[in-house]
Every structure is written in C-alpha cells, then in structure tokens.
Design a protein around this ligand. Structure first.
Ligand code: GRF
Length: 208
C-alpha cells in the first residue's frame, strides 16, 4: 500500500510542485501519494497548485488551538507522513506527538546554523551573508516541538558567492532543496530513513 502524504505549506509551493513531479515519475506513485495539501493561508500558491492537480486541498487554522482539528484532518485522510514545505508555523504539539518520526521539514540553510524562531525566508539568507559565511545549503530534518530542531536527515552545501544578495542565494539554495527534498521524503516513506528511539535519524541500507 502506498504511503499517504500531506503537505503543509504557507506560500508559493515550489517544493510541493517538485515533490509532485518527482512522485509522478516511474514507479514512485505506487510507493507514495500526495493525498492532501493544507495551508494556513487561503490564498497560498500551494493550494492553487494542488487544486489544479486534483489533490485534496484546504486551508486550516494554523494556531496552536487548531491542533486537534489539524490532527483530525490528517487522520480522516489517513495520512502516514506529514511534509512541511514552507510552513511558517510551529506544528502543534498534539500533532508532533501523534506523528513523531513521521513529520519532515526542509530548511534553506545548514542547520543548526541559521535556524530557529524568526529564521525564515530571505531573513535566513541575509543572516548568512551578514555573517560572512562562505557556504550555506539546505537541510531536511525530522520535526519536533521546536523550530528547525529535529534530527537531520540530509544536508547539501551551496556556496555563498561574493556579491551575493539574499535573493540570489535563495534561488541557488532553492534549486538544491528541490533536488534534495523529494528523494529524502521517499526514503522516509519507505522507512529507509527513520527516527530511532534516541531521537537520531537512522539510515538503513536495504539490498537493491
Ligand atoms: C523554502 O525555502 C523552504 O526551505 C522554506 O520555505 C521555502 C518554501 O518555498 N522552509 P516554497 O513555498 O516551497 O516555494
């Protein structure tokens, strides 16, 4: 049976699109299926994208008080794995507890550097440039109760070039996110990567 994915996105949804296109190729759609897209912004590009692709889509109350409702929505769509793709809010604790090890996020820097509350969007890249870092990158990680904090699943470096603007760096990192996130999600969907009892990401090497 294929793993049912929900994507939570607040904005334009380019990672949603990259994931959807990735899953459409080859046999992957029988392994994992995009079953639901939810957003805390009714006008999010991610919702519009989902609707044009016949993926169930809805806006949600993204606040902590909406946790029980969010959990009920995930359960009613029989969601196995929750994918954050530009979701700007902290996932309510009730959902983190119910889906521990089955919620993933992508962050546009090499965590634990340049992550945490308030580190989102162009602020991340502006901070990287202001710090004089020569390398940034993208991180895929399991989600816990804190912003940008759970066990790291995968990271990929991106050079910071002299004269970079936050926007130029963001575009370079975003291309890496689109390449790194979908196969990482598939690996978690197939339990090739999982969260172990010590809170670390375990990579299993299965026979081909
Ligand atoms: C990405 O840069 C992601 O790393 C961050 O938010 C952005 C979302 O972009 N968490 P998009 O909506 O997927 O285009």
């Amino acid at each position: 049976m294929s793993t049912r994915l929900a994507v939570l996105a607040s904005g334009r949804g380019s990672n949603l699109r990259a994931l959807h296109e990735f899953l459409m190729r080859g046999e992957r759609s029988s392994i994992a299926k995009l079953a639901l897209v939810l957003s805390d912004h009714a006008d999010a590009g991610a919702l519009a994208y989902a609707r044009t692709r016949d993926i169930a889509a809805a806006s949600i109350d993204g606040g902590t008080l909406g946790g029980d409702r969010l959990l009920a929505q995930l359960r009613s769509h029989r969601i196995d794995l929750v994918v954050l793709a530009g979701y700007m809010r902290l996932v309510p604790e009730v959902v983190v507890h119910a889906y521990r090890g089955r919620i993933v996020n992508v962050h546009p820097a090499l965590l634990p550097a340049f992550g945490g509350r308030g580190m989102y969007g162009s602020r991340v890249h502006a901070a990287v440039i202001a710090a004089g870092a020569r390398v940034s990158g993208a991180t895929v990680h399991f989600v816990d109760e804190r912003y940008d904090h759970g066990a790291v699943i995968a990271q990929w470096p991106v050079p910071v070039l002299s004269g970079d603007t936050p926007q130029a760096l963001a575009e370079r990192v975003l291309r890496v996110e689109h390449a790194l996130y979908p196969p990482s999600i598939l690996a978690v969907a197939q339990s090739r990567i999982s969260l172990d009892a010590n809170g670390r990401a375990t990579h299993m090497h299965l026979p081909k």
